[in-house]
Ligand binder design. Structure first.
Ligand code: NAD
Length: 255
């Protein structure tokens, strides 16, 4: 068994917010396991984190597959004898009005954004309960706290993540486990360009988003880690009113 102080898993860690969280964990001397379905980018990110002077490895995982997530979490626990952080962060975006989304679209986004989080929690939480410590952070979104025009399916999945996370937060406290929900609003990552299922002109959505003031992933990750330190139930850096104002500006002229 390796001699290591702490270990953390970040799903969706190859890019964007997950990658920035990895950097924050490295600063704390945590061994970071980048878990992502993008093998090429995952290896690149783990190498970047090692260049910062820390320990990082890559594990290829599709979070929609419960067995893969379980194997990841049990594998890390078996190797290090502990699990300090579990970031269930992998997610996808979809743009389109509710009735325009096909059943296949709905199933896909629920699989990644909701089941991906549930599988991560179901694997990590019992281990953390047993060891009596650990921090779980599930990435939802400001779109999980209020209306998010043009992203009904995405918003529905993120509301689910807020609900399951905030419920678990209060159950977990008694076992020394911290469970938090990260609710970023507009963070400058590739997610806006990679959003699936466009029933409307995606470029208009992206153009509107880019006009807004985007937070850097590094800034958001620093806030996220600080929130976890305080055992905050919700980490929501932008006032909800401002988030809603921005979201409603995404509405006009989309068709
Ligand atoms: P990103 O596209 O940069 O990163 C997402 C990562 O998740 C990618 O590396 C991708 O390969 C991975 N991924 C996707 N599906 C996966 C799967 N099935 N299994 C494993 N890995 C998978 O996007 P990001 O902005 O960093 O998003 C991270 C999280 O933050 C997501 O849950 C997203 O919904 C949430 N979020 C982002 C913003 C924002 O403004 N960027 C706002 C609110 C919420």
């Amino acid at each position: 068994m390796q001699e290591i102080r702490q270990v953390g898993i970040v799903t969706g860690g190859a890019s964007g917010i997950g990658k920035a969280i990895g950097k924050e964990l490295i600063k704390r001397g945590v061994h970071v396991v980048i878990a992502d379905m993008n093998t090429e980018q995952g290896h690149i990110t783990a190498a970047e984190l090692r260049q910062l002077g820390g320990e990082s490895t890559f594990a290829k995982v599709d979070v929609t597959d419960a067995a893969q997530v379980e194997e990841l979490v049990y594998g890390v626990y078996g190797e290090f004898g502990r699990l300090d952080y579990m970031f269930n962060n992998a997610g996808i975006a979809m743009y389109g009005e509710l009735c325009d989304m096909t059943e296949q679209n709905w199933k896909r986004i629920i699989d990644v954004n909701v089941w991906g989080v549930i599988y991560g929690v179901q694997a990590a939480y019992p281990l953390m309960k047993e060891q009596g410590f650990g921090k779980i952070a599930n990435t939802a979104s400001a779109a999980g706290l209020g209306p998010a025009p043009t992203t009904a399916a995405y918003s529905a999945t993120k509301h689910a993540v807020v609900g399951l996370t905030t419920s678990l937060h209060y159950e977990a406290e008694a076992y020394g486990v911290s469970v938090s929900c990260l609710c970023p609003a507009f963070v400058d990552t590739p997610i806006f360009d990679s959003g699936e299922a466009i029933q409307m002109d995606k470029s208009k959505v992206i153009a509107q988003v880019r006009k807004q003031k985007l937070m850097t992933p590094e800034h958001f990750a620093a806030l996220a880690i600080r929130g976890l330190d305080k055992n905050d139930v919700l980490v929501n850096p932008m006032p909800l009113r401002r988030t809603m104002d921005i979201m409603f500006t995404l509405c006009p002229g989309l068709h």
